[in-house]
Design a protein around this ligand. Structure first.
Ligand code: 13P
Length: 250
């Protein structure tokens, strides 16, 4: 995974506000000259115009946290890929476990969302990951492979254009992090599955997400198949996020 520069993505989740966003981004932008990895923030969709304006021309890309599986029409409250494209987003998270859990998103819905994003020229950051019960039942591999298989099936050879994030559900927002070895084990499984589907699988960045922070990032990022991070809580503090971006730049 030699020449892939690391990709670090902040997922703000349902946090922020006009004033707080401006302050956070101003501080991150100040530190960006010291950063050599690829970086992005995925923000609540209502703030995409603000964030796009603040980050335009900078090395920090911006993205959305979800997208509709439908193209347009009577889907109250939803945001389409063409709307995201209007906002200049480079990335869109799909299939985050919080969407799968609280909004009953199935593997097929997640795969369709990834397909819509790819067709619109937006890079989907596809999330997969097992719950604690699934891990304890020894089903980790089976679960992540099932989740990824649906995305591969719907997207065929375009699969090499996605970003894939392994986010063990039990590690999200809990302060529990997968050990670097646990993360690497699953990443290797996902890499092999991608390789079986596409000759360009090597170029797919595999991100780890789940309580990644300034203290544990270096060890996780040192794993051969960990190409970056998807960071929740720690991306809301400029100093922490910058510290992780610098770690990923080494
Ligand atoms: P935390 O970093 O807050 O655990 O969240 C991880 C996550 O869900 C990123 O998408």
């Amino acid at each position: 995974m030699d020449n892939r520069s690391k990709l670090m993505v902040g997922n703000w989740k349902m946090n922020g506000g006009l004033t707080a966003n401006a302050a956070l981004l101003a501080e991150i932008l100040q530190g960006l000259p010291d950063v050599a990895c690829r970086a992005a923030v995925c923000v609540p969709s209502v703030y995409l115009p603000q964030v796009g304006e603040l980050l335009s021309g900078s090395a920090l890309a911006w993205g959305a946290q979800d997208v509709s599986a439908h193209e347009s029409g009577a889907y109250t409250g939803e945001v389409s890929v063409s709307m995201l494209r209007d906002m200049g987003v480079r990335y869109c998270i799909v299939g985050h476990s919080e969407r799968r859990l609280y909004h009953a998103e199935s593997d097929v819905v997640v795969a369709t969302k990834a397909q819509r994003a790819l067709a619109a020229g937006i890079t989907p950051i596809v999330c997969v990951g097992e719950s604690l019960a699934e891990r304890e039942a020894g089903q980790t591999e089976a679960v992540v492979k099932r989740q990824l298989a649906a995305v591969i099936q719907a997207n065929g050879h375009c699969i090499s254009e996605i970003v894939l994030a392994y986010e063990p559900v039990w590690a999200i927002g809990t302060g529990l992090t997968a050990t670097p070895e646990q993360a690497q084990l699953v990443h290797a499984v996902l890499r092999a599955q991608l390789q079986a589907a596409s000759e360009h699988a090597e170029r797919v960045p595999l991100l780890y997400g789940g309580s990644m922070n300034a203290a544990n990032a270096a060890q996780l990022l040192a794993q051969p198949d960990v190409d970056g991070g998807l960071i929740g809580g720690a991306s809301l503090k400029a100093a922490d996020f910058l510290s992780m971006l610098k770690t990923a730049s080494r």
